[in-house]
Design a protein. Sequence first.
Length: 87
Amino acid sequence: MEIKLKSENNKKYPKVYISFQLPEKANQLLTESCKRSKRKKIQEATLRLEDHLSKYRSISELNQTVLNSNIEEIKEMEIQDVCTSNP
């Protein structure tokens, strides 16, 4: 499954193939998801990764997620923290 991106992004970030080991529990969840959606594992994993990356900016060490939609608000809070903590 392939999502079309703007042509300028394709030149800077070409299509890549990534291999990694999936933990047993994640494999189970992915397999169950494939059965429900009737997609192959690679299709399901690609869809889910693209969805997650488009929605979330990061996953912090504290196991919290930062939504892309909140990024401007978070940047403003960080600026205010720096301004108030540095005299």
